[in-house]
Write a protein that binds this ligand. Structure first.
Ligand code: C5P
Length: 406
């Protein structure tokens, strides 16, 4: 089932470390090539020899070998999936903050493949605001979580924080590996961020888009195995490694970048907040205050989505076109009406309409109230994280690719 898939199991120091032996064994029995990395505290709970015996591979417990090899880089580059079980509060905090002071954290900072984390800690540590914030950070980065569950903890305590059972962790690993293959060989073009339309060489008309939605979609598509190109307007969030970034700072430059690449793209997702109007004749030198308030004449920008949706010669045959509709509307029925209208008007296969009017939904925040309109109808997602929305959208794109009439 997992024949020769390369899985890296990172074991940190908690009593649940003994259950990681079952995870290692099950993954090996499924055919995976399992390598194990242990923190020093993990070795207080289980011996490295146990994992070596179960996986048939050497176990790494040290960052420095005294030789020329760099184990964290070699292990990270070879992996197709990393499972962290148990993941202590300490290791989760290091992952969230990019600390790399031992073999486990250094390897985790180096990997580019999907990561599945199985937290295990006492209830107080799990519920601590610091841990919860770290977990949110990992989730927002696309790291998958399994558990924790609620139940018996060490010292006779009981409550949330117990590591998921090995079978559930293995099932999660199999699922993440399956998903990581869904878009292999598929090229996805995503636009993100707001455009800046020059008034003069130092001033522009822009909008509040952070680019978070498009960047999250790009990272989700890459996690499914796609080759992703991101055409970026103004971004205030970092782009995951492994994604090609092309600059498209103004509507015209974004259009040129998109039109040049769309014929080779299997999927085009236009999440950018493109300005609808730009100054008609931007000044070539800085406007002087002494000259008085300027009159700025606005002219329309090209509607890139509509152009792609209405001229089939600009796109690869059978490609999927997705657009967004940013609305100041929180009612799902209203959002649905806008989405369907925009789908027809722009010639897109899928439109995501989202509410950008409230403090918990829209530009710059991590959650959004959204609906997805396809030929099959409108689906209300409610208030979701941008990561979950990206996941739902990519699922929808995959469905559309397998059944083009839906
Ligand atoms: O027409 P409206 O701006 O509401 O449409 C939003 C959708 O159209 C988004 O997907 C956005 O990326 C795209 N768009 C575009 N070119 C424009 C304006 C919007 O591609 N000039």
């Amino acid at each position: 089932m997992l024949s020769s898939r390369k899985v890296l199991l990172v074991v940190s120091g908690g009593i649940a470390a003994y259950k990681a032996a079952y995870v290692a064994r099950s993954l090996s029995l499924l055919g995976a090539d399992v390598r194990v990395v242990m923190t020093r505290s993990a070795t207080e709970f289980v011996g490295a020899q146990t994992f070596a015996g179960l996986t048939g591979n050497p176990v790494t417990t040290e960052l420095f070998t005294g030789g020329p090899d760099v184990p964290h880089v070699e292990l990270a580059r070879g992996a197709e999936l990393v499972v962290v079980a148990p993941a202590t509060a300490n290791l989760i905090a290091k992952m969230a903050n990019g600390i790399s002071d031992d073999i486990a954290s250094a390897t985790l900072l180096t990997v580019r493949c999907p990561i599945l984390v199985a937290p295990a800690m006492h209830t107080e540590m799990w519920e601590n605001a610091a841990t919860q914030r770290n977990i949110e950070t990992l989730r927002a980065r696309g790291i998958e979580l399994v558990g924790p569950t609620s139940g018996a903890l060490s010292s006779g305590d009981e409550g949330p924080g117990r590591m998921s059972e090995p079978d559930d962790i293995v099932a999660g690993a199999v699922e993440v590996l399956r998903r990581s293959q869904e878009l292999v060989g598929v090229s996805v073009l995503v636009t993100a961020g707001g455009t800046h339309e020059p008034i003069d060489p130092v001033r522009f008309i822009g909008n509040r888009s952070s680019g978070r939605m498009g960047v999250t979609i790009a990272s989700e598509a890459a996690a499914r195995g796609a080759k992703v190109t991101l055409v970026a307007g103004s971004l205030s969030v970092p782009v995951s490694s492994g994604i090609e970034v092309v600059e498209g700072p103004t509507a015209d430059e974004m259009r040129a970048a998109v039109i040049a690449r769309a014929p080779d793209a299997d999927v085009v997702i236009k999440a950018a907040a493109v300005a609808d109007f730009k100054p008609g004749d931007p000044a070539t030198t800085k406007l002087k205050k002494s000259a008085g308030a300027p009159e700025i004449r606005l002219v329309p920008t090209p509607d890139i989505l509509k152009e792609l949706g209405t001229d089939p010669s600009l796109r690869k045959t059978g490609s999927v076109l997705v657009g967004f509709a940013a609305e100041t509307e929180s009612d799902p029925a209203g959002l649905g009406t806008y989405a369907e209208r925009k789908r027809a008007d722009k010639g897109a296969d899928i439109i995501v309409a989202n509410d950008v009017s409230s403090a918990d939904s829209g530009f710059g925040v991590d959650t959004v109230r959204a609906v997805i309109a396809t030929a099959a109808g409108v689906r209300d997602l409610g208030l979701v994280s941008k990561r979950d929305l990206a996941r739902e959208l990519i699922d929808e794109v995959i469905r559309r690719r397998s059944t083009p009439d839906v």
